[in-house]
Write a protein that binds this ligand. Structure first.
Ligand code: SF4
Ligand code: SF4
Length: 401
């Protein structure tokens, strides 16, 4: 039962402060837009955190938001984006009006091949989720892997027949204690299908999730051994908390003493620069960058927990930290709820030479310039990296040239 005192405190104090902070303009350059185009999905994966809807929303409002944001890289996900009617028309318009952004679609690839083939000429990356073969995909995601593999084979065939180098196909496997020993078999099957497929493996995030492998250090170690064996022969990568050294090192350095969880191998707190360069667009068209929205949610949860404990000093500390992060030092890059999304962007922002740029820098080459590009350059130099220059990004070839 919520404490009435707590509710009064929320209504009289926290809510107006939150509303005030929500209205504060915080710069975001939206170089990367992650568009959750629908929350409808034909699957129900064990670890999914999407708040499902039964129907597709009208995408026109969200489309206007995306066009207004003029992303240089656009990631379309869901739910299941291939269920959205008229998706190819939507993508054509974005291509026309947003100067051909680097376009990525994430799909479970379990709907009819007709939904994906017409989109291929526009895509730079096709991100396909698959958790294993021989029953493992069915166990975690509810459908047999054969259906996904059959559609993937159609995509590979289409690319070959049309002489397309792109889209690059990336598979994404969520590794849990149930499927990690099946990874070698999955890798063999995918490699046989197309040796250019890049296979990525990550754990369930957030790390607090009970299925997350970060809670099982023995399994985690065993998976790493399996992975490094695979890495000798196949194009495999680990992503996110399971393997990102950058995140883990940053987390260890930045983690505040009172946040240490000895059972957790993942970071509780990281330096994140990309939060000012990426945003999420929701199916209803809401533009939701990390700051202030996610920070306010985080601090609201912390204040709630402190008030439940009757810890008013702790409550006051949380409010002060919230004011520091959003009101007084809005460009402080610390994040307390780290995600694995587009981590390469941090490396781009902090690069001082072409050698320090990650390979993903090619996504932006030839795309960033003009007044908005110069404003972003000045912003990075002022707050994060005085050695940054747009010339670094624009020095090489465009990624479709
Ligand atoms: S396919 Fe994606 S959106 Fe659909 S249930 Fe699985 S994880 Fe969730
Ligand atoms: S690490 Fe945190 S601030 Fe950065 S993008 Fe992820 S959720 Fe946003």
């Amino acid at each position: 039962m919520p404490d009435p005192m707590q509710n009064r405190l929320y209504r009289r104090f926290f809510k107006p402060v939150r509303q005030h902070l929500e209205r504060r303009p915080i710069k975001n350059f939206s170089w990367i837009v992650s568009w959750e185009i629908t929350h409808k999905c034909n699957l129900r994966c064990q670890y999914c955190n999407v708040h499902f809807e039964r129907t597709n929303p009208d995408p026109s409002k969200a489309l206007e938001t995306v066009v207004r944001l003029q992303p240089h890289m656009l990631l379309i996900s869901g739910g299941e984006p291939l269920l959205v009617p008229g998706l190819s028309g939507i993508i054509e318009r974005i291509f026309r009006e947003c100067a051909q952004p680097h376009l990525v679609i994430t799909t479970n690839l379990s709907v009819h091949k007709k939904a994906i083939l017409p989109l291929l000429p526009y895509l730079y990356t096709l991100h396909v989720s698959i958790d294993g073969v021989e029953g493992l995909n069915k166990l975690q995601r509810g459908i047999p892997a054969e259906k996904i593999l059959a559609n993937l084979a159609e995509v590979v065939k289409y690319k070959r027949e049309h002489g397309l180098e792109l889209p690059q196909i990336l598979t994404a496997t969520v590794v849990t204690e149930h499927n990690f020993r099946g990874v070698p078999r999955l890798v063999e099957v995918l490699y046989k299908l197309d040796p250019t497929v890049i296979m990525t493996f990550g754990t369930v995030e957030p790390q607090e999730h009970p299925l997350s492998l970060v809670h099982k250090p023995d399994y985690w170690e065993e998976f790493h051994q399996i992975f490094w064996e695979m890495k000798k022969r196949y194009p495999v990568e680990i992503v996110g908390l399971l393997g990102n050294r950058l995140t883990r090192d940053k987390g260890l350095k930045e983690r505040p003493a009172d946040d240490v969880n000895p059972m957790s191998v993942g970071p509780k707190c990281v330096q994140c620069y990309r939060q000012f360069f990426r945003t999420v667009v929701l199916p209803d068209g809401t533009n939701f960058p990390c700051k202030p929205g996610r920070y306010l949610d985080y601090y609201e949860g912390r204040c709630q927990a402190a008030s439940n404990r009757g810890d008013w000093i702790g409550y006051g500390r949380e409010v002060l930290a919230m004011l520091r992060d959003i009101r007084f030092e809005p460009y402080r890059p610390t994040c307390y709820f780290p995600c694995k999304c587009e981590e390469f962007m941090d490396e781009i922002i902090m690069a001082r030479s072409v050698e320090e740029l990650p390979s993903q820098a090619r996504f932006f080459r030839g795309r960033i310039g003009g007044e908005s590009g110069r404003a972003a350059e000045a912003f990075i130099r002022k707050y994060f990296n005085p050695g940054f220059s747009l010339e670094l990004l624009n020095g090489g070839p465009h990624d479709r040239s």
